[in-house]
Ligand binder design. Structure first.
Ligand code: 9JX
Length: 307
């Protein structure tokens, strides 16, 4: 769907037939075209915001959050990760989690080279939260802040018991394409309309999780666990205490153990996993929290100083 305004020119197609916007498009280090989206404010942007979507979804559903940020004169950009949405690549099958981080850094560097003086923020959800954390950890001084919506930080200790983790690794060695369950979308949001919307969106992945993908996710959480004590960048954590997919304990651990002086955890009581797609009042509050947190961390513009 084209954006209104400058970024919304009719989507072009790569030689492979992958649509991309008029603005920079990304061909990653493996030669795969990534579908990119840009939300450009009318005037000069005050900051850059990269959005990292989660596993099995795409960046389309972040349009609402991006619009809000754009209204605050922020230049928002995102891409569908390899194997997701309109990007190329095997569906939900990656050799290494690092590919998501490498591609994100490539896109961020591209935008940074066009706007070298602007602060950069990241917004990430679920697996996109894990990508955001590890991306920021690679360049700790590059980011003005990271806003995380129900990030994947720890596997649920009840479902990822040492025995199951061992079995997953063993199975991965023997039968990497073996699949585990699917996500039950009704356990991800309390809003039936959002559940139906998610289920009927063909750009979402509705297949089963490969063992090899699960092992990559476990590897990412193990890396985050090691990085937490050395995290120094500002961050905001939003997490529902009824999240059945990414345990809130991960966010508590990060909040308690990260070295950052500027850190905040907001717990949504009764909130499910997809907080930005949970009950309307929760979703609205998430939009306000993320937008407010980022704009509070921007240097005041000359026009604002008097008011
Ligand atoms: C597990 C593993 C993380 C397949 C999924 C109403 C994730 C809504 C919604 C978008 C949830 C965001 C998150 C088993 C099988 C780790 C209902 C798996 C997984 C997979 C993310 C994003 C649905 C799920 N749902 N997830 N979303 N996803 O990283 O907005 S709204 Cl993929």
């Amino acid at each position: 769907m084209p954006e209104p305004g400058a970024a919304g020119a009719a989507p072009r197609r790569s030689p492979q037939g992958v649509p991309y916007s008029e603005l920079p498009h990304v061909v990653n280090a493996d030669g795969l075209h990534l579908f990119c989206r840009y939300w450009e404010p009318a005037g000069p942007p005050r900051a850059l915001v990269f959005i990292a979507h989660g596993a099995g979804e795409h960046c389309g559903p972040y349009d609402e959050i991006a619009q809000r940020l754009k209204e605050q004169s922020l230049l928002v950009f995102a891409h569908d990760h390899v194997g997701h949405g309109r990007s190329e690549g095997d569906r939900m099958n990656i050799k290494d989690f690092q590919v998501y981080i490498r591609d994100s850094l490539q896109h961020i560097d591209l935008m940074k080279s066009r706007h070298p003086d602007l602060p950069i923020f990241i917004v990430g959800h679920s697996m996109g939260g894990a990508i955001s954390i590890l991306t920021a950890c690679e360049r700790p001084s590059d980011f003005a802040g990271v806003a995380l919506i129900a990030p994947l930080i720890q596997m649920n200790p009840e479902s990822a018991t040492p025995f199951k983790v061992f079995m997953a690794k063993l199975l991965n060695y023997m039968l990497p394409s073996l699949t585990l369950g699917t996500i039950e979308s009704k356990w991800v949001s309390r809003d039936q309309k959002q559940v139906e919307g998610y289920d009927s969106d063909e750009l979402n992945y509705h297949g089963r999780l490969r063992v090899s993908f699960g092992v990559q996710l476990m590897g990412a959480t193990a890396r985050i666990d090691k990085e937490i004590p050395s995290i120094s960048w500002p961050f905001l954590l939003l997490h529902g205490d009824d999240d059945k997919l990414c345990d809130i304990r991960g966010s508590r651990t990060m909040y308690e153990n990260a070295a950052s002086s500027d850190k905040k955890l907001k717990v949504y009581e009764g909130g499910y996993h997809a907080l930005h797609h949970d009950l309307p009042e929760v979703a609205e509050s998430v939009l306000k929290d993320v937008t407010g947190w980022i704009t509070e961390r921007l240097p005041a513009t000359p026009q604002q100083q008097g008011s």
